[in-house]
Design a protein around this ligand. Sequence first.
Ligand code: F6R
Length: 599
Amino acid sequence: MCGIIGYIGQKKISPILIDGLRKLEYRGYDSAGICVLSQGELKTIKRMGKLEELAASPEVAKLDGAIGIAHTRWATHGEPSEKNAHPHLDCQGNIAIVHNGIIENYQVLRDLLLKEGHKISSETDSEVLAHLVEKFYQGDLLQAVKETLLLVRGAYGLAAIHKNHEQIIVARKGSPLVLGLGENEMFIASDVPAILEHTKKVVYLNDDEIAIVGQTDYQITNLEGKEIDKKVEEIKWTVEQMEKKGYKHFMLKEIFEQSEAIANTLRGRIKDGQVKLSIDFDVKKIKRIIITACGTSWHSGLIAKYLLESIAEVSTEVDYASEFRYRSPMVGYSDMAIVISQSGETADTLAALREAKERGAKSLGIINVVGSTISREVDSGIYLHVGPEIGVASTKAFTSQVVALLLLTLYIRQQKGMSLDKDLLRDLSDIPEKIDQALHRAEEIKKIAEQFKDSKNFLYLGRGLNFPVALEGALKLKEISYIHAEGYPAAEIKHGPIALIDQNMPVVFIATKNNLSEKIISNMQEVKARRGIVIALVSDSEEKVEQIADYIIKVPETKDELSPIVNSIPLQLLAYYIADLKGLDVDKPRNLAKSVTVE
Ligand code: F6R
Protein backbone atom coordinates (compact mmCIF):
# COMPACT_ATOMS: atom_id res chain seq x y z
CA MET A 1 0.00 0.00 0.00
CA CYS A 2 1.15 3.50 -0.83
CA GLY A 3 3.57 4.16 -3.65
CA ILE A 4 6.83 6.04 -3.39
CA ILE A 5 9.03 7.47 -6.09
CA GLY A 6 12.08 9.70 -5.92
CA TYR A 7 14.45 11.23 -8.47
CA ILE A 8 17.84 12.84 -8.42
CA GLY A 9 19.22 14.08 -11.74
CA GLN A 10 19.12 16.87 -14.28
CA LYS A 11 15.87 16.16 -16.19
CA LYS A 12 12.60 18.04 -15.69
CA ILE A 13 11.51 16.50 -12.43
CA SER A 14 7.74 16.81 -12.13
CA PRO A 15 6.82 14.62 -15.16
CA ILE A 16 9.18 11.91 -13.90
CA LEU A 17 7.63 11.90 -10.45
CA ILE A 18 4.01 12.23 -11.60
CA ASP A 19 4.33 9.57 -14.33
CA GLY A 20 6.04 7.32 -11.80
CA LEU A 21 3.16 7.79 -9.37
CA ARG A 22 0.72 6.92 -12.16
CA LYS A 23 2.40 3.52 -12.45
CA LEU A 24 2.14 3.09 -8.69
CA GLU A 25 -1.44 4.22 -8.33
CA TYR A 26 -2.53 0.59 -7.95
CA ARG A 27 -0.82 0.71 -4.54
CA GLY A 28 -3.13 3.41 -3.21
CA TYR A 29 -5.11 6.26 -4.63
CA ASP A 30 -6.83 8.34 -1.97
CA SER A 31 -4.42 11.29 -2.02
CA ALA A 32 -1.03 12.17 -3.45
CA GLY A 33 1.80 14.63 -2.98
CA ILE A 34 5.15 15.74 -4.29
CA CYS A 35 8.12 17.62 -2.80
CA VAL A 36 11.00 19.06 -4.82
CA LEU A 37 14.16 20.78 -3.64
CA SER A 38 14.15 23.99 -5.62
CA GLN A 39 16.67 26.81 -5.14
CA GLY A 40 17.50 25.68 -1.63
CA GLU A 41 13.85 25.35 -0.52
CA LEU A 42 11.56 22.32 -0.26
CA LYS A 43 8.41 22.95 -2.28
CA THR A 44 5.54 20.62 -1.42
CA ILE A 45 2.18 20.18 -3.15
CA LYS A 46 -0.48 17.71 -1.99
CA ARG A 47 -3.96 16.91 -3.18
CA MET A 48 -6.79 14.83 -1.83
CA GLY A 49 -8.32 12.23 -4.19
CA LYS A 50 -6.98 10.52 -7.28
CA LEU A 51 -3.55 11.35 -8.62
CA GLU A 52 -5.04 13.36 -11.48
CA GLU A 53 -5.99 16.05 -8.93
CA LEU A 54 -2.31 16.53 -8.19
CA ALA A 55 -1.15 16.07 -11.78
CA ALA A 56 -3.57 18.73 -13.03
CA SER A 57 -2.41 21.36 -10.59
CA PRO A 58 -0.50 24.14 -12.42
CA GLU A 59 1.98 24.52 -9.52
CA VAL A 60 3.19 20.96 -10.11
CA ALA A 61 4.10 21.70 -13.72
CA LYS A 62 6.13 24.72 -12.55
CA LEU A 63 8.20 22.72 -10.06
CA ASP A 64 11.86 22.77 -10.93
CA GLY A 65 14.78 21.14 -9.18
CA ALA A 66 17.21 18.24 -9.19
CA ILE A 67 15.87 16.23 -6.24
CA GLY A 68 12.32 15.22 -5.40
CA ILE A 69 10.13 12.62 -3.77
CA ALA A 70 6.46 11.81 -4.30
CA HIS A 71 3.81 9.54 -2.83
CA THR A 72 0.39 8.08 -3.56
CA ARG A 73 -1.48 7.12 -0.41
CA TRP A 74 -3.69 4.30 0.86
CA ALA A 75 -4.89 5.54 4.24
CA THR A 76 -4.11 3.57 7.37
CA HIS A 77 -3.95 6.26 10.10
CA GLY A 78 -6.07 9.32 9.43
CA GLU A 79 -8.69 9.79 6.73
CA PRO A 80 -7.78 10.60 3.15
CA SER A 81 -7.21 14.38 3.15
CA GLU A 82 -4.69 16.93 1.98
CA LYS A 83 -3.30 17.30 5.48
CA ASN A 84 -2.73 13.56 5.82
CA ALA A 85 -1.21 13.18 2.36
CA HIS A 86 2.55 12.72 2.06
CA PRO A 87 5.25 14.12 1.86
CA HIS A 88 5.33 15.13 5.53
CA LEU A 89 7.63 17.89 6.67
CA ASP A 90 9.39 18.71 9.93
CA CYS A 91 8.59 21.90 11.85
CA GLN A 92 11.06 24.06 9.90
CA GLY A 93 10.19 22.72 6.45
CA ASN A 94 13.79 21.53 6.04
CA ILE A 95 13.11 17.82 5.87
CA ALA A 96 10.53 15.91 3.84
CA ILE A 97 9.68 12.23 4.07
CA VAL A 98 7.43 9.79 2.26
CA HIS A 99 6.52 6.55 3.97
CA ASN A 100 4.82 3.27 3.08
CA GLY A 101 3.97 0.96 5.99
CA ILE A 102 2.80 1.39 9.56
CA ILE A 103 4.72 2.81 12.51
CA GLU A 104 3.23 0.75 15.32
CA ASN A 105 4.62 2.80 18.22
CA TYR A 106 3.79 6.14 16.62
CA GLN A 107 1.50 7.21 19.46
CA VAL A 108 4.29 7.10 22.05
CA LEU A 109 6.66 8.83 19.67
CA ARG A 110 4.07 11.45 18.81
CA ASP A 111 3.44 12.22 22.50
CA LEU A 112 7.16 12.52 23.10
CA LEU A 113 7.62 14.86 20.14
CA LEU A 114 4.65 17.01 21.16
CA LYS A 115 6.13 17.35 24.66
CA GLU A 116 9.37 18.48 23.10
CA GLY A 117 7.47 21.20 21.23
CA HIS A 118 7.18 19.70 17.75
CA LYS A 119 4.15 20.84 15.78
CA ILE A 120 2.48 17.78 14.31
CA SER A 121 -0.16 18.70 11.81
CA SER A 122 -1.54 15.41 10.44
CA GLU A 123 -3.26 12.40 11.97
CA THR A 124 -0.83 9.99 10.34
CA ASP A 125 1.67 7.65 11.93
CA SER A 126 4.17 8.68 9.21
CA GLU A 127 4.60 12.31 10.20
CA VAL A 128 6.51 11.38 13.36
CA LEU A 129 9.31 10.18 11.09
CA ALA A 130 9.90 13.69 9.73
CA HIS A 131 10.01 15.13 13.25
CA LEU A 132 12.28 12.40 14.57
CA VAL A 133 14.72 13.04 11.74
CA GLU A 134 14.56 16.74 12.65
CA LYS A 135 15.23 15.87 16.31
CA PHE A 136 18.32 13.82 15.47
CA TYR A 137 19.66 15.93 12.62
CA GLN A 138 23.06 17.48 13.29
CA GLY A 139 24.32 18.04 9.79
CA ASP A 140 24.24 14.37 8.72
CA LEU A 141 20.91 13.28 7.19
CA LEU A 142 21.86 9.60 6.92
CA GLN A 143 22.78 9.47 10.60
CA ALA A 144 19.54 11.22 11.62
CA VAL A 145 17.43 8.74 9.63
CA LYS A 146 19.33 5.82 11.17
CA GLU A 147 18.74 7.11 14.69
CA THR A 148 15.07 7.57 13.84
CA LEU A 149 14.73 4.04 12.58
CA LEU A 150 16.35 2.60 15.69
CA LEU A 151 13.42 4.09 17.64
CA VAL A 152 10.52 3.01 15.49
CA ARG A 153 8.68 -0.29 15.54
CA GLY A 154 6.67 -1.43 12.54
CA ALA A 155 7.06 -1.47 8.79
CA TYR A 156 8.50 1.11 6.48
CA GLY A 157 9.62 1.88 3.02
CA LEU A 158 10.96 5.37 3.59
CA ALA A 159 12.53 8.15 1.56
CA ALA A 160 13.83 11.38 3.10
CA ILE A 161 15.33 14.55 1.67
CA HIS A 162 16.80 17.64 3.34
CA LYS A 163 17.10 21.08 1.80
CA ASN A 164 20.86 21.17 2.45
CA HIS A 165 21.74 17.79 0.94
CA GLU A 166 21.92 16.63 -2.66
CA GLN A 167 20.87 13.11 -1.72
CA ILE A 168 17.89 10.91 -0.97
CA ILE A 169 18.03 8.59 2.00
CA VAL A 170 15.94 5.44 1.63
CA ALA A 171 15.36 2.62 4.06
CA ARG A 172 13.29 -0.48 4.16
CA LYS A 173 11.72 -2.81 6.68
CA GLY A 174 8.72 -4.82 5.51
CA SER A 175 7.71 -2.49 2.65
CA PRO A 176 9.44 -2.80 -0.71
CA LEU A 177 11.97 -0.35 -2.12
CA VAL A 178 14.09 -0.49 -5.20
CA LEU A 179 16.88 1.76 -6.53
CA GLY A 180 16.94 2.45 -10.28
CA LEU A 181 20.35 3.21 -11.75
CA GLY A 182 20.36 5.59 -14.70
CA GLU A 183 23.01 7.51 -16.63
CA ASN A 184 23.92 10.42 -14.40
CA GLU A 185 20.60 10.07 -12.60
CA MET A 186 19.09 7.83 -9.92
CA PHE A 187 15.58 6.74 -9.04
CA ILE A 188 14.02 5.20 -6.00
CA ALA A 189 10.59 3.56 -6.00
CA SER A 190 8.26 1.14 -4.26
CA ASP A 191 8.02 -0.92 -7.40
CA VAL A 192 9.80 -1.29 -10.72
CA PRO A 193 6.99 -0.11 -13.07
CA ALA A 194 7.44 3.43 -11.73
CA ILE A 195 10.93 3.69 -13.17
CA LEU A 196 10.95 1.16 -16.00
CA GLU A 197 10.65 3.85 -18.64
CA HIS A 198 13.97 5.29 -17.48
CA THR A 199 16.09 2.33 -16.51
CA LYS A 200 16.07 -1.45 -16.33
CA LYS A 201 19.02 -1.65 -13.94
CA VAL A 202 17.82 -2.01 -10.38
CA VAL A 203 19.01 -2.88 -6.90
CA TYR A 204 16.45 -4.22 -4.42
CA LEU A 205 16.79 -3.19 -0.80
CA ASN A 206 16.29 -5.85 1.86
CA ASP A 207 14.81 -5.34 5.30
CA ASP A 208 16.98 -3.31 7.69
CA GLU A 209 19.00 -1.81 4.86
CA ILE A 210 19.46 1.89 4.32
CA ALA A 211 20.88 3.66 1.28
CA ILE A 212 22.27 7.06 0.57
CA VAL A 213 21.54 7.91 -3.04
CA GLY A 214 23.31 10.65 -4.97
CA GLN A 215 23.04 11.62 -8.64
CA THR A 216 25.77 9.24 -9.79
CA ASP A 217 26.32 6.85 -6.91
CA TYR A 218 24.77 5.09 -3.99
CA GLN A 219 25.87 3.24 -0.90
CA ILE A 220 23.88 0.62 0.98
CA THR A 221 24.55 -0.30 4.60
CA ASN A 222 22.69 -1.92 7.46
CA LEU A 223 21.52 0.23 10.36
CA GLU A 224 24.83 -0.44 12.17
CA GLY A 225 26.70 1.07 9.23
CA LYS A 226 28.15 -2.15 7.75
CA GLU A 227 28.42 -1.74 4.00
CA ILE A 228 26.45 -4.24 1.90
CA ASP A 229 27.46 -5.20 -1.59
CA LYS A 230 24.34 -5.77 -3.69
CA LYS A 231 23.78 -7.29 -7.09
CA VAL A 232 22.52 -5.01 -9.86
CA GLU A 233 19.61 -6.79 -11.55
CA GLU A 234 18.28 -6.34 -15.06
CA ILE A 235 14.47 -6.09 -15.42
CA LYS A 236 12.92 -8.16 -18.21
CA TRP A 237 9.43 -6.56 -18.35
CA THR A 238 8.87 -4.03 -21.11
CA VAL A 239 7.08 -0.69 -20.97
CA GLU A 240 4.49 -2.02 -23.49
CA GLN A 241 3.57 -4.80 -21.08
CA MET A 242 2.59 -2.12 -18.60
CA GLU A 243 0.12 -0.40 -20.91
CA LYS A 244 -3.58 -0.95 -21.65
CA LYS A 245 -3.12 -1.67 -25.38
CA GLY A 246 -6.54 -0.29 -26.34
CA TYR A 247 -8.58 -2.06 -23.65
CA LYS A 248 -10.86 0.10 -21.55
CA HIS A 249 -9.32 -1.20 -18.32
CA PHE A 250 -6.23 -3.10 -17.25
CA MET A 251 -8.51 -5.71 -15.74
CA LEU A 252 -10.13 -6.42 -19.10
CA LYS A 253 -6.75 -6.56 -20.82
CA GLU A 254 -5.48 -8.95 -18.17
CA ILE A 255 -8.55 -11.18 -18.50
CA PHE A 256 -7.99 -11.38 -22.25
CA GLU A 257 -4.28 -12.00 -21.83
CA GLN A 258 -4.85 -15.23 -19.97
CA SER A 259 -4.21 -17.73 -22.73
CA GLU A 260 -0.87 -16.12 -23.49
CA ALA A 261 -0.08 -15.67 -19.80
CA ILE A 262 -0.70 -19.30 -19.06
CA ALA A 263 1.28 -20.41 -22.07
CA ASN A 264 4.15 -18.50 -20.44
CA THR A 265 3.61 -20.21 -17.09
CA LEU A 266 3.71 -23.58 -18.85
CA ARG A 267 6.63 -22.83 -21.18
CA GLY A 268 9.41 -25.42 -20.87
CA ARG A 269 7.80 -27.05 -17.87
CA ILE A 270 6.23 -30.04 -19.61
CA LYS A 271 8.60 -32.01 -21.79
CA ASP A 272 8.70 -35.64 -22.97
CA GLY A 273 5.84 -36.63 -20.69
CA GLN A 274 7.62 -35.19 -17.65
CA VAL A 275 7.21 -32.07 -15.52
CA LYS A 276 10.39 -30.02 -15.34
CA LEU A 277 10.76 -27.76 -12.32
CA SER A 278 13.91 -26.76 -10.54
CA ILE A 279 13.22 -27.21 -6.88
CA ASP A 280 16.24 -27.17 -4.64
CA PHE A 281 15.09 -29.75 -2.11
CA ASP A 282 13.76 -33.28 -2.23
CA VAL A 283 9.96 -33.07 -2.46
CA LYS A 284 9.62 -36.86 -1.94
CA LYS A 285 10.54 -36.39 1.68
CA ILE A 286 7.72 -33.94 2.36
CA LYS A 287 5.15 -35.44 4.71
CA ARG A 288 2.71 -32.55 4.80
CA ILE A 289 2.11 -29.32 2.92
CA ILE A 290 0.90 -26.10 4.46
CA ILE A 291 -0.28 -23.42 2.06
CA THR A 292 -0.58 -19.83 3.22
CA ALA A 293 -1.76 -16.86 1.21
CA CYS A 294 -4.33 -14.05 1.19
CA GLY A 295 -7.42 -13.23 -0.86
CA THR A 296 -7.44 -14.54 -4.40
CA SER A 297 -4.11 -16.28 -3.88
CA TRP A 298 -5.65 -18.13 -0.93
CA HIS A 299 -8.37 -19.35 -3.29
CA SER A 300 -5.78 -20.85 -5.63
CA GLY A 301 -4.28 -22.49 -2.53
CA LEU A 302 -7.64 -24.10 -1.75
CA ILE A 303 -7.81 -25.52 -5.26
CA ALA A 304 -4.27 -26.84 -4.79
CA LYS A 305 -5.33 -28.71 -1.65
CA TYR A 306 -7.78 -30.77 -3.70
CA LEU A 307 -5.09 -31.43 -6.33
CA LEU A 308 -2.23 -32.20 -3.96
CA GLU A 309 -4.23 -34.64 -1.88
CA SER A 310 -5.84 -36.50 -4.77
CA ILE A 311 -2.94 -36.51 -7.27
CA ALA A 312 0.28 -36.18 -5.25
CA GLU A 313 -1.18 -37.94 -2.20
CA VAL A 314 0.27 -35.47 0.27
CA SER A 315 -1.77 -34.25 3.19
CA THR A 316 -2.32 -30.51 2.69
CA GLU A 317 -3.64 -27.69 4.85
CA VAL A 318 -4.54 -24.21 3.68
CA ASP A 319 -4.49 -21.25 5.99
CA TYR A 320 -5.03 -17.52 5.70
CA ALA A 321 -1.54 -16.07 6.11
CA SER A 322 -2.90 -13.51 8.58
CA GLU A 323 -4.17 -16.30 10.84
CA PHE A 324 -1.26 -18.67 10.39
CA ARG A 325 1.30 -16.13 11.54
CA TYR A 326 -0.31 -15.69 14.96
CA ARG A 327 -1.70 -19.11 15.81
CA SER A 328 1.43 -21.02 16.93
CA PRO A 329 1.06 -23.49 14.06
CA MET A 330 2.33 -27.06 14.39
CA VAL A 331 4.94 -26.99 11.65
CA GLY A 332 8.20 -28.88 11.48
CA TYR A 333 11.10 -30.19 9.42
CA SER A 334 9.13 -32.68 7.35
CA ASP A 335 6.64 -30.01 6.21
CA MET A 336 6.73 -27.83 3.15
CA ALA A 337 5.21 -24.36 3.35
CA ILE A 338 3.89 -23.10 0.03
CA VAL A 339 3.36 -19.35 -0.06
CA ILE A 340 1.33 -17.96 -2.94
CA SER A 341 1.56 -14.28 -3.80
CA GLN A 342 1.18 -12.40 -7.06
CA SER A 343 3.06 -9.38 -5.77
CA GLY A 344 5.51 -11.26 -3.56
CA GLU A 345 5.15 -8.39 -1.10
CA THR A 346 1.98 -9.12 0.89
CA ALA A 347 2.90 -8.44 4.53
CA ASP A 348 0.90 -11.29 6.07
CA THR A 349 2.13 -13.85 3.55
CA LEU A 350 5.71 -12.75 4.09
CA ALA A 351 5.30 -13.05 7.86
CA ALA A 352 3.72 -16.50 7.48
CA LEU A 353 6.67 -17.58 5.34
CA ARG A 354 9.13 -16.41 7.98
CA GLU A 355 7.14 -18.18 10.71
CA ALA A 356 7.11 -21.47 8.77
CA LYS A 357 10.83 -21.24 8.00
CA GLU A 358 11.67 -20.51 11.61
CA ARG A 359 9.79 -23.65 12.61
CA GLY A 360 11.94 -25.70 10.24
CA ALA A 361 9.68 -26.12 7.20
CA LYS A 362 11.05 -26.07 3.68
CA SER A 363 9.51 -23.22 1.74
CA LEU A 364 8.35 -22.80 -1.81
CA GLY A 365 6.90 -19.65 -3.40
CA ILE A 366 4.38 -19.34 -6.21
CA ILE A 367 5.15 -15.76 -7.19
CA ASN A 368 4.67 -13.45 -10.15
CA VAL A 369 6.92 -10.48 -9.41
CA VAL A 370 10.52 -11.48 -9.99
CA GLY A 371 12.88 -10.13 -7.33
CA SER A 372 10.04 -9.43 -4.86
CA THR A 373 10.71 -9.93 -1.18
CA ILE A 374 8.96 -13.29 -0.87
CA SER A 375 10.67 -14.59 -3.99
CA ARG A 376 14.00 -13.76 -2.41
CA GLU A 377 13.23 -15.39 0.93
CA VAL A 378 11.78 -18.74 -0.15
CA ASP A 379 14.04 -21.81 -0.42
CA SER A 380 12.70 -22.48 -3.89
CA GLY A 381 10.02 -21.12 -6.15
CA ILE A 382 7.95 -21.22 -9.28
CA TYR A 383 7.55 -17.92 -11.07
CA LEU A 384 4.28 -17.36 -12.91
CA HIS A 385 5.81 -15.32 -15.77
CA VAL A 386 2.48 -13.66 -16.60
CA GLY A 387 3.86 -10.15 -16.82
CA PRO A 388 2.73 -7.28 -14.64
CA GLU A 389 -0.79 -7.41 -13.23
CA ILE A 390 -1.96 -3.83 -12.77
CA GLY A 391 -5.74 -4.13 -12.28
CA VAL A 392 -6.35 -4.30 -8.55
CA ALA A 393 -8.58 -7.35 -8.96
CA SER A 394 -6.37 -10.32 -9.66
CA THR A 395 -7.26 -12.32 -12.78
CA LYS A 396 -4.41 -13.72 -14.84
CA ALA A 397 -2.28 -14.24 -11.74
CA PHE A 398 -5.04 -16.41 -10.25
CA THR A 399 -5.45 -18.75 -13.20
CA SER A 400 -1.70 -19.06 -13.64
CA GLN A 401 -1.27 -19.79 -9.92
CA VAL A 402 -3.62 -22.72 -10.41
CA VAL A 403 -1.53 -23.87 -13.37
CA ALA A 404 1.73 -23.54 -11.42
CA LEU A 405 0.23 -25.43 -8.49
CA LEU A 406 -0.97 -28.20 -10.78
CA LEU A 407 2.52 -28.44 -12.28
CA LEU A 408 3.93 -28.68 -8.77
CA THR A 409 1.39 -31.38 -7.87
CA LEU A 410 2.32 -33.44 -10.90
CA TYR A 411 6.02 -32.89 -10.20
CA ILE A 412 5.66 -34.20 -6.64
CA ARG A 413 3.80 -37.25 -7.91
CA GLN A 414 6.51 -37.84 -10.52
CA GLN A 415 9.33 -37.49 -7.98
CA LYS A 416 7.57 -40.00 -5.76
CA GLY A 417 7.90 -42.49 -8.61
CA MET A 418 4.17 -42.56 -9.43
CA SER A 419 3.03 -42.48 -13.04
CA LEU A 420 1.57 -39.32 -14.55
CA ASP A 421 -1.76 -39.20 -16.37
CA LYS A 422 -0.64 -38.55 -19.95
CA ASP A 423 -4.04 -37.20 -20.97
CA LEU A 424 -3.95 -34.69 -18.15
CA LEU A 425 -0.47 -33.55 -19.20
CA ARG A 426 -1.62 -33.13 -22.79
CA ASP A 427 -4.78 -31.26 -21.79
CA LEU A 428 -2.79 -29.02 -19.46
CA SER A 429 -0.46 -28.14 -22.35
CA ASP A 430 -3.53 -27.35 -24.47
CA ILE A 431 -5.32 -25.28 -21.84
CA PRO A 432 -4.46 -21.89 -23.44
CA GLU A 433 -6.68 -22.88 -26.37
CA LYS A 434 -9.61 -23.67 -24.07
CA ILE A 435 -9.14 -20.33 -22.37
CA ASP A 436 -9.36 -18.61 -25.73
CA GLN A 437 -12.59 -20.45 -26.49
CA ALA A 438 -14.04 -19.35 -23.14
CA LEU A 439 -13.02 -15.75 -23.87
CA HIS A 440 -14.83 -15.80 -27.21
CA ARG A 441 -18.12 -15.84 -25.29
CA ALA A 442 -17.52 -12.48 -23.64
CA GLU A 443 -20.44 -10.81 -25.46
CA GLU A 444 -22.93 -13.40 -24.13
CA ILE A 445 -21.70 -12.77 -20.61
CA LYS A 446 -22.01 -9.03 -21.08
CA LYS A 447 -25.70 -9.54 -21.93
CA ILE A 448 -26.20 -11.47 -18.70
CA ALA A 449 -24.35 -8.75 -16.79
CA GLU A 450 -26.86 -6.19 -18.12
CA GLN A 451 -29.65 -8.11 -16.37
CA PHE A 452 -27.92 -8.09 -12.99
CA LYS A 453 -26.14 -4.79 -12.69
CA ASP A 454 -28.69 -3.53 -10.18
CA SER A 455 -28.78 -6.66 -8.02
CA LYS A 456 -27.99 -6.16 -4.36
CA ASN A 457 -26.79 -9.67 -3.53
CA PHE A 458 -25.36 -12.70 -5.28
CA LEU A 459 -24.59 -16.27 -4.29
CA TYR A 460 -21.93 -18.40 -5.97
CA LEU A 461 -22.08 -22.15 -5.46
CA GLY A 462 -19.69 -24.89 -6.48
CA ARG A 463 -18.44 -28.24 -5.28
CA GLY A 464 -15.07 -29.96 -5.09
CA LEU A 465 -12.43 -28.07 -7.06
CA ASN A 466 -15.06 -25.57 -8.07
CA PHE A 467 -15.99 -24.55 -4.54
CA PRO A 468 -12.91 -22.25 -4.37
CA VAL A 469 -13.86 -21.04 -7.86
CA ALA A 470 -17.22 -20.00 -6.38
CA LEU A 471 -15.40 -18.12 -3.62
CA GLU A 472 -13.22 -16.40 -6.17
CA GLY A 473 -16.19 -15.50 -8.40
CA ALA A 474 -17.90 -13.89 -5.41
CA LEU A 475 -14.77 -12.01 -4.38
CA LYS A 476 -14.28 -10.64 -7.90
CA LEU A 477 -17.84 -9.37 -8.00
CA LYS A 478 -17.89 -7.76 -4.57
CA GLU A 479 -14.53 -6.05 -4.81
CA ILE A 480 -15.17 -4.25 -8.09
CA SER A 481 -18.97 -3.86 -8.24
CA TYR A 482 -19.65 -3.42 -4.48
CA ILE A 483 -22.50 -5.93 -4.78
CA HIS A 484 -22.63 -8.18 -1.76
CA ALA A 485 -21.67 -11.68 -2.89
CA GLU A 486 -20.90 -14.92 -1.06
CA GLY A 487 -19.42 -18.20 -2.21
CA TYR A 488 -20.46 -21.50 -0.66
CA PRO A 489 -20.03 -25.22 -1.21
CA ALA A 490 -23.29 -25.95 -3.04
CA ALA A 491 -24.50 -28.63 -0.65
CA GLU A 492 -23.89 -26.40 2.35
CA ILE A 493 -26.61 -23.87 1.58
CA LYS A 494 -29.23 -26.15 3.13
CA HIS A 495 -27.57 -25.45 6.46
CA GLY A 496 -28.44 -21.78 6.53
CA PRO A 497 -27.90 -19.62 3.43
CA ILE A 498 -30.91 -21.12 1.62
CA ALA A 499 -32.98 -18.83 3.83
CA LEU A 500 -31.71 -15.96 1.66
CA ILE A 501 -33.16 -17.34 -1.56
CA ASP A 502 -36.09 -15.48 -3.08
CA GLN A 503 -37.03 -14.10 -6.48
CA ASN A 504 -34.40 -11.37 -6.15
CA MET A 505 -31.42 -13.61 -5.46
CA PRO A 506 -29.20 -14.51 -8.43
CA VAL A 507 -27.33 -17.76 -7.75
CA VAL A 508 -24.37 -18.67 -9.94
CA PHE A 509 -23.83 -22.42 -10.06
CA ILE A 510 -20.48 -23.71 -11.24
CA ALA A 511 -21.70 -27.00 -12.57
CA THR A 512 -19.33 -28.24 -15.25
CA LYS A 513 -19.22 -32.00 -15.84
CA ASN A 514 -17.63 -34.13 -13.15
CA ASN A 515 -18.54 -36.84 -10.66
CA LEU A 516 -20.59 -34.33 -8.64
CA SER A 517 -22.55 -32.68 -11.46
CA GLU A 518 -25.69 -34.74 -10.79
CA LYS A 519 -25.63 -33.63 -7.19
CA ILE A 520 -25.13 -29.98 -8.05
CA ILE A 521 -28.07 -30.14 -10.45
CA SER A 522 -30.16 -31.27 -7.45
CA ASN A 523 -28.88 -28.23 -5.54
CA MET A 524 -30.01 -26.10 -8.49
CA GLN A 525 -33.50 -27.58 -8.20
CA GLU A 526 -33.56 -26.63 -4.53
CA VAL A 527 -32.81 -23.01 -5.40
CA LYS A 528 -35.32 -22.98 -8.25
CA ALA A 529 -38.02 -24.41 -5.96
CA ARG A 530 -37.56 -21.31 -3.81
CA ARG A 531 -37.83 -18.96 -6.80
CA GLY A 532 -34.13 -18.09 -6.86
CA ILE A 533 -32.63 -16.97 -10.20
CA VAL A 534 -30.26 -19.65 -11.47
CA ILE A 535 -27.25 -18.72 -13.62
CA ALA A 536 -25.62 -22.02 -14.53
CA LEU A 537 -22.05 -22.32 -15.72
CA VAL A 538 -21.92 -25.66 -17.52
CA SER A 539 -19.87 -27.67 -20.00
CA ASP A 540 -20.63 -27.25 -23.71
CA SER A 541 -22.32 -30.65 -24.00
CA GLU A 542 -24.58 -30.19 -20.96
CA GLU A 543 -28.30 -30.30 -21.79
CA LYS A 544 -30.04 -31.25 -18.57
CA VAL A 545 -29.88 -27.86 -16.91
CA GLU A 546 -31.58 -26.05 -19.77
CA GLN A 547 -35.01 -26.66 -18.24
CA ILE A 548 -33.87 -25.58 -14.78
CA ALA A 549 -31.57 -22.59 -15.26
CA ASP A 550 -32.70 -19.06 -16.10
CA TYR A 551 -29.37 -18.21 -17.73
CA ILE A 552 -26.73 -20.54 -19.08
CA ILE A 553 -23.04 -19.85 -19.57
CA LYS A 554 -21.26 -22.55 -21.51
CA VAL A 555 -17.55 -23.29 -21.29
CA PRO A 556 -15.43 -25.73 -23.28
CA GLU A 557 -15.20 -29.16 -21.75
CA THR A 558 -12.02 -30.03 -19.84
CA LYS A 559 -10.82 -32.59 -17.38
CA ASP A 560 -12.11 -31.74 -13.92
CA GLU A 561 -8.58 -30.95 -12.66
CA LEU A 562 -8.39 -28.14 -15.24
CA SER A 563 -11.94 -26.87 -14.84
CA PRO A 564 -11.10 -24.14 -12.25
CA ILE A 565 -8.91 -22.44 -14.86
CA VAL A 566 -11.54 -22.36 -17.60
CA ASN A 567 -14.50 -21.76 -15.24
CA SER A 568 -12.88 -18.69 -13.72
CA ILE A 569 -12.88 -16.84 -17.05
CA PRO A 570 -16.66 -16.21 -17.37
CA LEU A 571 -16.86 -15.32 -13.68
CA GLN A 572 -14.15 -12.69 -14.11
CA LEU A 573 -15.97 -11.34 -17.16
CA LEU A 574 -19.32 -11.28 -15.36
CA ALA A 575 -17.84 -9.26 -12.47
CA TYR A 576 -16.01 -6.97 -14.87
CA TYR A 577 -19.05 -6.18 -17.04
CA ILE A 578 -21.35 -5.64 -14.06
CA ALA A 579 -18.88 -3.19 -12.50
CA ASP A 580 -18.26 -1.42 -15.79
CA LEU A 581 -22.00 -1.14 -16.55
CA LYS A 582 -22.43 0.45 -13.14
CA GLY A 583 -19.85 3.03 -14.22
CA LEU A 584 -17.35 2.10 -11.52
CA ASP A 585 -13.60 2.52 -11.59
CA VAL A 586 -12.83 -1.13 -12.23
CA ASP A 587 -9.05 -0.90 -12.00
CA LYS A 588 -9.09 1.05 -8.77
CA PRO A 589 -11.98 -0.10 -6.63
CA ARG A 590 -12.70 1.91 -3.52
CA ASN A 591 -10.73 1.16 -0.34
CA LEU A 592 -8.45 -1.37 -2.03
CA ALA A 593 -4.83 -1.46 -3.08
CA LYS A 594 -2.94 -3.89 -5.25
CA SER A 595 -0.10 -4.72 -2.97
CA VAL A 596 -1.04 -5.06 0.69
CA THR A 597 2.20 -4.35 2.50
CA VAL A 598 0.59 -3.63 5.86
CA GLU A 599 -0.93 -6.27 8.09
C1 F6R B 1 -8.33 -9.84 -5.17
C2 F6R B 1 -6.92 -9.66 -4.92
C3 F6R B 1 -6.42 -9.85 -3.54
C4 F6R B 1 -5.01 -10.46 -3.56
C5 F6R B 1 -4.43 -10.49 -2.14
C6 F6R B 1 -3.07 -11.17 -2.11
O1 F6R B 1 -8.63 -9.69 -6.52
O2 F6R B 1 -6.17 -9.37 -5.81
O3 F6R B 1 -7.30 -10.60 -2.76
O4 F6R B 1 -5.08 -11.74 -4.09
O5 F6R B 1 -4.31 -9.19 -1.66
O6 F6R B 1 -2.17 -10.54 -2.95
P1 F6R B 1 -0.85 -11.24 -3.41
O7 F6R B 1 -1.21 -12.37 -4.29
O8 F6R B 1 -0.07 -10.18 -4.13
O9 F6R B 1 -0.15 -11.72 -2.17
